[in-house]
Ligand binder design. Structure first.
Ligand code: UD1
Length: 421
């Protein structure tokens, strides 16, 4: 298997641009199924999850084509309403086709996503929403089967904030009969981006970015030309973290700083000077050590769980003791063992990790257990003493477009070693 080889110790320097957001693109691809004509989606990141989603809608019968960073989707040929295990097991966002298939064609069969490295990842809230709109849901042989002649608008209250459930239920409600009100929805930019796309398709939605979203069902939605995906705020935070970890001087461009408000506050609290412009963040080198700074992950606009691992990497070299509380996923500390192998001092107690800063990290061979854990290991390796190898990089390639090349372009000593076998 391919691995990333990093010689630590180089201070990063220069300018690097953020790609389009993976998590904002995935729901838009699912939404495009709803159209009566083709859609064009620009600024997509060229990462494995996007190709997997394109493959999935291809299996359903849609035509799709990726050219440079533009994806076109023609849903006209959709005749199959099943998402198979082989694809769903590699990418849980496959569940996003459930709502669109059910509401447009009256039937959907999707393999249950199951667990993954970071937790159980249930879909009970997705299913509760569909049921409230009148769908019949059956679970058998590892699949969820949903049927409904015509979904009906409903009042749906989520007892937990879920990005996935908010999007999936919304994708179903846009073609339902009547009005749907969703309470306690996710406010993530990915949700707002999906609504923006749906509105361009002709959907009637209000309240996105607040706790309550209201959807008036329409009879038909059309394709969208020239929609551009927002920048990837998680990739932005990862690149900023890499710059900070190496005491670098880096300007990170093509991002929306307001989407990272709390993360940037924490970076400043840790003692790093940054300059924020409309679409960029510049990180300045600092002297001495970072200040140990606690975080608690929470739904947007809280500290993103998808940046928790990267934050932990930063804290391994901070002065003092930092506490990280993971409130979204029950098992998202898989990176701790690997960071420990690099000489960090971390103790896990339930959903809390206590990181005692050390003077230096020592290079080691480590293994990515999931996408963001992989990013954290790369960040740690950039500052470690010697040559590290990060294995299982297919996790990283799921969601980062050319992270190795981007880091190399700002001075990192990094390359991918292809497995000859
Ligand atoms: C999305 C992101 C993922 C991020 C997560 C939280 C994508 C493709 N993935 O995942 O990177 O880590 O948001 O910001 O956009 N829950 C339930 N029942 C449900 C659904 C969720 O109890 O039906 C719980 C989960 O167990 C978890 C929490 O809600 O504790 C948040 O999950 P959710 O927001 O749905 O995450 P995803 O949409 O899967």
């Amino acid at each position: 298997m391919d691995k990333i080889v990093i010689k630590g110790g180089k201070k990063l320097k220069g300018v690097v641009a953020v790609s389009g957001s993976k998590n904002a693109t995935l729901p838009v691809i699912a939404a495009a199924i709803l159209g009566s004509s083709p859609s064009t989606i620009k600024n997509i990141p060229l990462v494995r999850d996007i190709r997997t989603m394109a493959k999935l809608i291809g299996l359903l019968g849609a035509k799709s084509e990726i050219k440079e960073h533009t994806l076109t989707i023609d849903p006209a040929g959709i005749k199959n309403y099943e998402a198979p295990y082989e694809l769903v097991k590699t990418m849980r966002a496959s569940i996003y086709v459930l709502g669109p298939l059910l509401t447009k064609y009256g039937y959907a069969k999707v393999s249950l996503p199951g667990g993954c490295a970071i937790g159980a990842r249930p879909i009970n809230l997705h299913l509760m929403g569909m049921k409230k709109m009148g769908a019949k849901i059956e679970i058998a042989h590892g699949f969820v089967k949903a049927t409904a002649k015509k979904l009906k608008g409903a009042r749906i209250v989520f007892d937990k904030v879920s990005v996935g459930a908010t999007i999936n239920v919304m994708l179903a409600a846009v073609l339902a009969d009547g009005e749907t009100r969703l309470d306690n929805v996710a406010k993530e930019p990915d949700v707002v981006g999906a609504v923006e796309f749906l509105k361009l398709m002709g959907a009637q939605i209000t309240g996105e970015g607040t706790d309550v979203i209201t959807i008036k069902g329409v009879k038909k939605l059309h394709g969208v030309k020239d929609f551009s995906v927002m920048p990837d705020r998680i990739e932005a935070a990862t690149l900023i973290s890499a710059a900070v970890m190496t005491k670098g001087a880096v300007k990170i461009t093509h991002l929306i700083p307001a989407q990272l408000a709390l993360f940037l506050e924490k970076i400043k609290e840790a003692g790093v000077k940054i300059k924020t412009d409309k679409n960029s963040v510049t990180v300045f080198p600092y002297k001495g050590k970072l200040k140990a700074t606690d975080i608690i992950t929470a739904p947007y606009p809280g500290f993103p769980t998808d940046v928790q691992a990267q934050w932990m990497a930063l804290m391994t070299l901070a002065k003092g003791e930092a506490v990280i509380k993971e409130e979204i996923w029950e098992n998202r500390f898989m990176h701790v063992m690997e960071l420990t192998r690099m000489g960090s001092d971390i103790r896990v107690d339930g959903n809390m990790a206590i990181i005692k800063g050390v003077n230096k990290l020592s290079a080691a061979n480590v293994m990515a257990s999931d996408l963001r854990a992989g990013a954290a290991l790369i960040i740690a390796a950039l500052a470690a003493d010697g040559v590290s190898e990060v294995h299982r990089i297919y996790h990283i390639e799921r969601g980062y477009e050319g992270l190795d090349k981007k880091l190399k372009s700002i001075g990192a000593n990094i390359y991918i070693e292809k497995d000859g076998n």
